[in-house]
Design a protein around this ligand. Structure first.
Ligand code: SF4
Ligand code: SF4
Length: 310
């Protein structure tokens, strides 16, 4: 977890902080003016232009955050984090104001990280680079349907963006989070990337460094939390509300990026102070529970994602 210590809004120290071995209370952090969370997920829209087989989807009303609402979110996040991840559900590149949001966030000292399925990068990628996006993660595993020709076109467009963005200083991560469920396409993906980006690829714990600012990352497919899934017991550990939390596009505050339906809505950032929401008895019960590897919420007992941390 990255911690920034600041005095009068100037960042003085940035260091890695391991939540398992160092523990600072909220009041310590407030007193030191340390950003409390390593990231916050902000869903600027819950509309998507794809329908991936592995996606949980949501049953909420479709919505886009307005510029005024996004500005209010930034107000609330002041001092909470430096890193905004524009994703919970939905495809952020379908939001027409995305580049404006990235600029707005950047002007306020936040770094913008976009997770995208990549299908709109050919059309809108340049806008993101120009707006000053910090990092773009492209979920290559989301391209499941379509014939080989459309897949090759998709890969060519994504590679063009990855090349241009990484040369411009943007971190680009090409994700294949589908180990064991790739339908045979990962080999082709590898082949296409290898022919496009030559040079020495360096393996690391998360995947491969293709070159400076450009990475390929592997991951396992996981089961989304769902209230209709089997109860897997109360022994759960999760970094939700300790390392990060999420804000849905209607302002609902949720503990993680997995609560696609807002089952654990802790409050609404458009109606009440964020500090009040994050210090609420329900939020505190979650944090205290995870501290002892206990789930206080029914949804967490049914979360396949959190199982990887036990
Ligand atoms: S691109 Fe993301 S939000 Fe859209 S359907 Fe696929 S997994 Fe769901
Ligand atoms: S256990 Fe799952 S549902 Fe609960 S906060 Fe963590 S990621 Fe979210």
């Amino acid at each position: 977890m990255l911690i920034f210590v600041s005095i009068d809004n100037a960042v003085l120290i940035c260091y890695n902080y391991t939540v398992n071995t160092v523990s600072l209370s909220r009041s310590d952090r407030d007193a030191w003016r340390i950003d409390v969370y390593s990231k916050v997920y902000v869903e600027i829209t819950n509309v998507c232009n794809m329908s991936c087989s592995f996606c949980h989807g949501h049953s909420r009303e479709t919505r886009r955050m307005s510029a005024d609402e996004f500005s209010r979110v930034l107000d609330a996040l002041e001092g909470q984090t430096k890193f905004i991840y524009y994703h919970l559900m939905g495809e952020p590149l379908t939001h027409p104001r995305l580049p404006d949001f990235v600029r707005l966030a950047s002007d306020r000292g936040f770094k913008s990280i976009i997770t995208t399925n990549g299908t709109l990068l050919a059309r809108r990628g340049r806008e993101l680079i120009d707006a000053g996006v910090h990092k773009v993660s492209i979920s290559l595993h989301s391209f499941e349907d379509g014939d080989d020709a459309s897949f090759e076109r998709y890969m060519s467009e994504v590679s063009d963006f990855a090349d241009e963005a990484s040369r411009a200083g943007v971190i680009v991560v090409l994700r294949l989070w589908n180990r064991g469920f790739d339908g045979g396409r990962n080999d082709k993906t590898w082949e296409l990337l290898r022919s496009r980006f030559d040079g020495e690829w360096a393996e690391n714990t998360r995947g491969i460094r293709i070159r400076d600012k450009l990475h390929l990352e592997w991951g396992d497919r996981f089961e989304w939390p769902d209230m209709s899934a089997d109860d897997q017991g109360s022994e759960v550990f999760c970094y939700g509300l300790r390392d990060h939390f999420g804000i849905l596009c209607d302002g609902s505050v949720v503990p993680c990026c997995m609560d696609s339906d807002g089952v654990i809505t802790l409050g609404n950032v458009f109606d009440q102070p964020l500090s009040e929401i994050l210090d609420s008895p329900r939020a505190r019960a979650m944090v205290d529970g995870f501290e002892h590897r206990e789930a206080s919420e029914e949804l967490c007992r049914r979360c396949g994602y959190a199982r990887r941390f036990i």
